[in-house]
Design a protein around this ligand. Structure first.
Ligand SMILES: C[S@@+](CC[C@H](N)C(=O)[O-])C[C@H]1O[C@@H](n2cnc3c(N)ncnc32)[C@H](O)[C@@H]1O
Length: 268
């Protein structure tokens, strides 16, 4: 099966978001330390040298940070532009992170090995549009888990986003890349209907001496309620190990492992 459309590549007047994605990450996020701390309980359960697949690696901040901690990290993403950013970041950091372009449902065919931990973090699973696509994606993610391996999924709290309908999200701090400063602004279009596409217009502003360079991108989401994600994980042959969902929190994480009663169906 081919790759899904790469929404992080450029089209029309939209230059590729993969090139600009780092402007969206808060400065304190760039070393990967915040991510390591947020999920410390998950990483603490892994012996040194355990294998990790970041299956939505984006620009590679998390994969590179984990490789720096001595884990055997591999990384993939459906977006070739993102994989290239991740590969470059790993080379610059001097860590070995094998990379592949792969969508979730094809992971077992791509990697042909099993991992102690698989990551689908940073609000990525919302790109698997609709129930059917999400279940085949979760099956692919579960299909590369080793016995007793864990899958970590993190998501924005879409119920909260629906309740608040905040249109504009401006970061509290500038991002720095070399000598340049910039930031990414989100303009959300949240329709009433949950099954209608939700669009985030992203405007990147980069300040170069007196000039301001702006670029615009669009990303489409197909949100789900927390209960739907959990149910779809279970339908995909996964059992929930921990779940941090709280109605008023902006983000949550769910850790799952292969449900051994259904593991044969998870195998490629
Ligand atoms: C919001 S970004 C998160 C990236 C990174 N994990 C982070 O936290 O910064 C979502 C990522 O998921 C990837 N993605 C979307 N659909 C995918 C699919 N079906 N298979 C694999 N990756 C996918 C996108 O290309 C993008 O890099």
């Amino acid at each position: 099966m081919g790759l899904p459309e790469d929404m992080y590549a450029g089209r029309g007047t939209d230059t590729g978001l993969a090139e600009d994605y780092s402007w969206l990450l808060p400065p304190q996020w760039m070393s990967g330390e915040v991510f390591l701390q947020q999920h410390a309980a998950v990483f603490a359960g892994l012996p040194a040298g355990s294998s990790i697949l970041d299956a939505a690696c984006g620009v590679g901040v998390e994969a590179v940070a984990l490789a720096g901690k001595g884990f055997k990290v591999s990384a993939s993403d459906a977006s070739p532009g993102m994989v290239e950013q991740c590969r470059r970041r790993a080379v610059e950091a001097g860590v070995n992170v094998p990379t592949e372009v792969a969508c979730w449902r094809d992971l077992p065919r791509t990697w042909q090995t099993h991992f102690d931990l698989v990551l689908c973090t940073g609000n990525s699973i919302v790109h698997a549009a609709g129930e059917e696509e999400m279940i085949s994606s979760l099956r692919g993610l579960g299909g590369v888990l080793a016995e007793h391996g864990k899958l970590l999924v993190t998501s924005r709290n879409w119920e909260k986003i629906h309740r608040e309908r905040q249109r504009l999200a401006v970061p509290a701090q500038m991002q720095k890349q070399g000598e340049r400063q910039g930031l990414g602004i989100y303009l959300w279009d949240i329709p009433e209907a949950w099954d209608a596409p939700h669009v985030a217009e992203i405007v990147i502003l980069v300040f170069e001496e007196d000039a301001v360079v702006s670029r615009r991108h669009e990303v489409v989401f197909q949100p789900f309620r927390h209960g739907e994600l959990v149910h779809r994980m279970q339908q995909s042959g996964l059992s929930i190990v921990s779940d941090s969902y709280e109605a008023d929190a902006d983000w949550y994480s769910v850790v799952a492992e292969r449900d051994d009663r259904s593991s044969p169906s998870l195998r490629p």
